[in-house]
Design a protein around this ligand. Sequence first.
Ligand SMILES: [Mn+2]
Length: 457
Amino acid sequence: MQNDKEKLLQSLKNAQRILLCGHENPDGDCLGSLVAMQRMLAHMGKRADVLLAGPIPHTFEGLGPFLSIVRPPEGANEAPGPIDGGRTLCAPTSTGIAAAPAPVTAEPATAARVQATAEYTAAACAPATAEPVAAESAPPSDSACPPANLADYDTLLALDCASAERTPLGEAFTLHANTLCMDHHVSNTRFAGVNWVDPGAAACGLMVLDAADALGLALDETMANALFVALCTDTGRFSFQNTTPACFAAAARLMAAEADITGWQFHIFSQRSAASTRMMGRMLATLQRSEDGRVAVAYTTAADNAEIHPQEGDFEGLVDVLRNIEGVEACAFVRARSRGGSKGSLRAHHADVQAVAKQLGGGGHVRAAGCDAAETSEQTAAILMPLLQKAVDALPSAKVSMDPKVCGQGADGQELRGPAPSAQMPSGPVASVQETNAKASRAQTPATPNPDSEARP
Ligand SMILES: [Mn+2]
């Protein structure tokens, strides 16, 4: 009997025209998986198009030219579970939208090797597609993309999507006769006809790599770069608790296949736009800590937006600056929304910030959550401070006394790995102790996907 993976791969072999679907607020894993899968299908002589549920973030624009993007069909936004208010579903790229599948032999002029330099930003990137904050509610500028006619596709494949609601088609995805899903979220609802779900995979990109191997397809440079983006995004540069030896083994293969390890990691994790850096300054100027120092709250204002003109992606990672402050257990960064109100991003090392977000109508993960509020960012921050303090106070004291510095914290709301080897531990190879801890914690902690994108406003 075929297992889910075999069934899915067989369906891909049988397919001729495939529509690939990413999830809302596409991230590096989503986009990298889409690029690699589209190329794999092209290598197999199949035609594949891509439907995105949101603009390509600035950080990942380098992948845009490799995607043959189509616009959702009329009425897709009316399906239950609108995506981010039914906003931009098609991200134009500098190459225009290829009506033909991605070329298999000829690399696009912007070679897959991405250099994180000004040259890269200017030449290899698509023009900025992330909407300026001031235009948050503006209609999508997707006239460049041809609309998808679902009847043209014999197969729909959702990548990195835990539910139909997360796809650009919403529930309409499930109405198609032949639907497939490849995903690594533990919360996957098995919404497709064939579901290959592997919560043990640190990134959906690793499943795509697995599929390429199973189908006997060689890694080309574009696939290697795209899959490296997927892998290093979802493992937080190989630092989250979902990082396994398999991640490093895959990374070694991708590097050997010419993935630009240095360029992508700088571009994804280190480089920050000037606007983002300035917003960080504004945020830090409002930083407030609780009396015991375990809660940090900060915000940026509508006036900051008007002056600095940040784009959506410019807020990314700002909350982590607060979380990384020594002694901080839980924190919130609240930004003003240009359409009014504010959006809070909550993080904690141990405390349950999901419960805090829920009190404001938000949600997400236990240690990484988000919420929308009608109040100004300053007011929301003031509301969150005592709620976070309460969540921190509810922690058992043993947890609180653990110093994240010593324990080696994960990022984005991941569990700690447990206490670091101490003087009491038998002297022996430290690696084996750490390995044991890592294994134990991996067993308890599933991979945590992008918290902000999961949080339902
Ligand atoms: Mn993922």
